[in-house]
Design a protein. Sequence first.
Length: 107
Amino acid sequence: MRALIVLLFILFSPIETKEIERNNITVLQVNAQWNKNHNIDLNGLIGCDIQFAWLEDQSNDFKSEVQTVPLIVMYKNGKPVRQWSADLSFRLEIDIYDIQKEIDKIR
């Protein structure tokens, strides 16, 4: 009898079926192949899409805008909202947790 009551409770209890909201946040890393040893592993980021591109595969207009690599750009709804770029050592001195904090801020 007790199992029947629990089963009925589970079947008739209100369940929220709302879809999880996507935040439309994309984090893009651009690097040059000669600098691939300085890629940053962004796979641990939560709440965003992660993309990677080689600088050599980009248009000449895009290449002319990039001063140093690696470069990380955060987009919200297709518009850039934050950018991190390497210094002259061609290393990006940022922690993945700092990027995650920025994602959490704009969500």
